[in-house]
Ligand binder design. Structure first.
Ligand code: FRU
Length: 475
């Protein structure tokens, strides 16, 4: 990481979550795996620690854990900012922006100016380092104030590019098709249901093989929604090359992550072994500009591998797990047990700024996991086995950096008296993956120090935990 050059002291960085070399970030953009490297472009303000001057920052990584910063990819222009979008590899040079022997990388993004948003493209013929703005931009313009966040993929059965893009205030995704990434034709609209009240942003459509149904794939449409708080939901269904048909009621809300800090996530275009890898911005518009960090602001989540499975009621459930490469930075494994926990058990944890916890719990009633960061800053992870709920309570007073921050977020977990949790803790964040990836719950926190004490409270429980430090730099 390059050191901050200004006069403001720098807040310590997260250990394994991505931050900009300096200043503000929000959405991940243009995620693509290309020539053995993951590229992350991101909404960035190169001039300050709050939202503004939107520009595409750029970094790359071989393992999605350690990133190398690269020069700004697409800077803010005189009359417009560079809002969110995607990057595709135009392998056959359908756009004619590269050459027959070398298809270009093409970025599709929203050009934003006061009162007007339209879709533009830029292209790179040097593996994403330098970008040329296309001369005949915009490539898609409805002359609307709100029309943004294009996400494009190659649809093999119809041999054309498909774009998902949102009309945020009409709560709609529109699908467009193109043979060359330049001329786009409207295919269909999805959404617009009267139950929708929050603006729609950052759509992404993709298919996943169903884990427990042989030879079956399911289409998933992700959207980010924002009003009082930001969150993400998904629709499952089918895409026939023209329209997306949802297989459940539109007012059924399937949250991608039940926590408050998972937003604007999009999948990587391409990845090794056809894996679908998702990366999000770990923040919430309700208080993002007030995150109390100096000289940098905003983090990405841990990259997650996605799956999908059919449930016994016939619905489809998205599955998430941290990418496997995170295991390579596990250090100092240790184990803890509570065999006959009656009231509570306090574990003398050797702490470190970043850790992974794998906890298996056994109880008929449930337990409370109490993560104590000192100076009365606590996060409580509560499992209620009777109500089949897992909650994260971040209402402790000393964590409240903003009035919208304190909250208790919950998600449903499977019935039964066993629960397995994988918890990733870094400076400023906690990500919980529960129930074999069926539930995820992500939260930022700004505590005065590292984890100091850990306690399990419950009536009759057994608990077993394996812990690792997570440290990309330690041998
Ligand atoms: C989502 C979003 C996008 C927009 C970008 C602007 O967080 O509001 O809709 O393109 O951020 O920075």
């Amino acid at each position: 990481m390059s050191a901050f050059q200004g006069s403001v002291p720098e807040s310590p960085r997260p250990v394994f979550h991505f931050t900009a070399p300096q200043f503000w970030i929000n959405d991940p953009n243009g995620l693509i795996y290309y020539k053995g490297e993951y590229h992350l472009f991101y909404q960035h303000n190169p001039f300050g620690n709050e939202w503004g001057h939107m520009t595409w920052g750029h970094a790359k990584s071989k393992d999605l854990v350690q990133w190398t910063h690269l020069p700004v990819a697409i800077p803010e222009q005189k009359d417009h900012m560079i809002f969110s979008g995607c990057v595709v590899h135009d392998q056959k040079n359908s756009s004619s922006l590269g050459s027959a022997s070398r298809g270009p990388l093409v970025a599709l993004y929203t050009a934003h100016r006061e009162g007007h948003q339209a879709q533009h493209i830029a292209y790179s013929t040097d593996d994403g380092l330098h970008w040329n703005l296309f001369k005949n931009n915009p490539v898609l313009d409805l002359k609307k104030q709100d029309f943004r966040d294009p996400n494009v993929f190659w649809h093999e059965p119809t041999a054309r590019w498909i774009m998902a893009v949102v009309l945020p205030k009409e709560f709609k995704v529109q699908f467009y098709a193109s043979k060359n990434l330049i001329k786009w034709d409207l295919l269909s609209d999805f959404g617009g249901h009267p139950s929708f009240k929050e603006i729609w942003e950052c759509p992404a459509l993709f298919s996943l093989p169903v884990k427990n149904q042989k030879d079956k794939t399911k289409w998933v449409l992700l959207i980010s929604t924002n009003r009082e708080f930001s969150s993400m939901r998904y629709f499952t269904g089918d895409f026939d090359g023209t329209s997306f048909r949802c297989d459940h009621a539109l007012d059924q809300v399937n949250r991608v992550d039940a926590g408050k800090d998972f937003y604007a996530a999009i999948p990587f275009y391409q990845s090794p072994d056809q894996k679908k890898i998702l990366l999000g911005w770990m923040n919430n518009w309700a208080y993002a500009n007030q995150n109390p960090t100096e000289s940098w602001k905003g983090m990405m989540t841990t990259a997650r591998e996605l799956g999908i499975q059919r449930e016994s009621d016939g619905s489809y459930r998205l599955l998430q797990a941290p990418v496997e490469s995170l295991q390579a930075i596990r250090k100092k494994e240790r184990e803890y047990h509570a065999d006959q926990g009656t009231k509570f058990d306090t574990w003398e944890i050797q702490t470190s700024p970043a850790m992974e916890w794998q906890i298996s719990l056994d109880s008929h009633k449930g337990v409370v996991l109490d993560f104590d960061f000192g100076k009365k800053a606590k996060l409580l992870v509560t499992w209620d086995a009777t109500r089949r709920q897992l909650c994260l309570d971040r209402t402790s007073k000393s964590l409240a950096f903003h009035q919208a921050y304190p909250s208790i977020e919950c998600t449903g977990v499977s019935p039964g008296h066993n629960l397995t949790l994988q918890i990733l803790i870094d400076r400023y964040s906690l990500e919980i993956f529960a129930d074999q990836g069926k539930a995820a719950l992500t939260s930022v926190f700004f505590a005065p120090g590292a984890l100091q004490k850990f306690r399990i409270n419950g009536k009759q429980f057994q608990a077993k935990a394996t812990l690792w430090d997570l440290d990309p730099l330690a041998p």
